[in-house]
Design a protein around this ligand. Structure first.
Ligand SMILES: *Cc1c(COP(=O)(O)O)cnc(C)c1O
Length: 383
């Protein structure tokens, strides 16, 4: 058994990133400023997007995107229930109605064929979720949305570095990325909205800082314009330079991170191939670069005496941390009460929700760590 606990995720922070954060702390300007502007620029050149607004989280990005798209009471927003709660929470907080779409059982991603039957005249927005670092098949969904003038926002929280049919995620349309410590690059907390829709970005830029109609920092002003006025009540969702400078270093190392994650994930796939009770996800063919944010598996509970939760507990006893991405949103207390779905309405989502968990995967892990995880899995299965 391992001597030290292996967490399921851990950020990789270099000494030079720590120094750079120190420099910002000493500089006299620690909140939104030149580093945030640079981070937005570098992110855009990385993914080839038209523009981007850095924020305090992806959840903030989703909130502002929904506001900028005027999503409100009477509107329906189609999104999977197999996602993080933040998206659905924001839809509900805007007074709109989430409409849950099922997923492919083995990629955990939705598709145009599943979305189409759910479209009504109230459908205002579709939010597909790129899962684990693989890519949603966007082309058919784009066609579907464009034909009906329905807005499209990609939840790309897992997809920093994911490529879809040769196209960087974020290059087209509107996408929201997260820089929470378990994502592919981190700014501590943080997120970014990329878009080719300039008007949308302008609204988000204004709403992120009180609705002042100016950015939190203006290069010419060496700060923000002191005479700025509230054009519309906004929020306080700007990213700090302390965070952005960390993001600048992380972005440079993204290719290295993905390369390491890929080696580890391939090792898992090879070692787990003959473990019948553990079912990894299928990688969709449209994913031309998998960013391997998560290594998600399902426990085949028909073949084991243990439930998923018990299995995770047994691994923990053996010093192996695991994650749960995700328990379906509609099974959470608030959603059970307010939008009771009958069992069987989202069959692939429900099946996965009871069986899914994530194995440790982060750039500073070693092949020996992977071997110890697989050994612990085999031990639990044999006991
Ligand atoms: C992490 C995550 C988010 C939210 O990101 P934050 O930066 O923590 O707000 C949204 N959607 C998915 C699928 C996520 O995994």
């Amino acid at each position: 058994m391992r001597k030290e606990f292996l967490p399921f995720s851990r950020p990789s922070i270099s000494e030079s990133e720590i120094l750079a954060v120190g420099e910002v702390l000493r500089s006299g300007w620690i909140t939104t400023g030149p580093k945030t502007a640079q981070f937005e620029e570098d992110f855009c050149s990385y993914c080839g997007c038209g523009g981007a607004v850095a924020l305090s989280s992806a959840t903030a990005g989703m909130h502002l995107a929904l506001m900028a798209l005027n999503i409100g009471p009477g509107d329906e927003v189609i999104t999977p229930s197999m996602t993080w709660v933040s998206t659905v929470n924001m839809i509900v907080r805007m007074g709109a109605t989430p409409v849950f779409v099922d997923i492919d059982k083995d990629t955990l991603m939705t598709g145009a064929d599943l979305i189409e039957p759910l479209i009504t005249e109230r459908t205002k927005l579709i939010i597909p979720v790129h899962f684990a670092g693989a890519a949603v098949d966007m082309a058919p969904i784009r066609t579907l949305a464009a034909a009906r003038a329905i807005a499209l926002v990609e939840d790309a929280a897992h997809a920093v570095g994911t490529e879809y049919n040769g196209e960087e995620t974020g290059r087209r349309g509107t996408a929201i990325f997260s820089f929470h410590p378990i994502k592919n690059i981190t700014t501590g907390e943080g997120g970014i909205v990329s878009s080719d829709n300039e008007a949308l970005l302008r609204t988000i830029r204004s709403l992120k800082f009180h609705g002042l109609g100016v950015d939190a920092h203006d290069r010419r002003q060496q700060g923000r314009s002191p005479q700025a006025e509230v054009l519309e009540p906004g929020f306080k969702y700007n990213m700090m330079d302390i965070s952005a400078v960390l993001g600048l270093g992380q972005l440079q190392r993204l290719p290295e991170f993905i390369a390491k994650r890929t080696v580890l994930a391939e090792q898992y796939l090879e070692l787990l191939a003959d473990v019948e009770e553990i079912l990894p996800l299928r990688v969709p063919a449209v994913t031309s670069r998998h960013a391997w944010n998560l290594f998600v598996v399902r426990l085949d509970t028909e073949r084991t005496a243990l439930t998923r939760d018990q299995f995770m507990e047994e691994l923990k006893k053996r010093n192996i941390g695991t994650g749960l991405h995700f328990r379906a949103v509609h099974t959470q207390q608030y959603y059970r009460k307010t939008m009771p779905l009958k069992p069987g309405m989202l069959p692939a989502t429900e099946w996965n929700s009871d069986r899914i968990f994530s194995l440790p995967l982060f750039p500073d892990m070693t092949i020996d760590d992977v071997l110890s995880v697989v050994a612990a899995i085999k031990e639990v299965l044999c006991s």
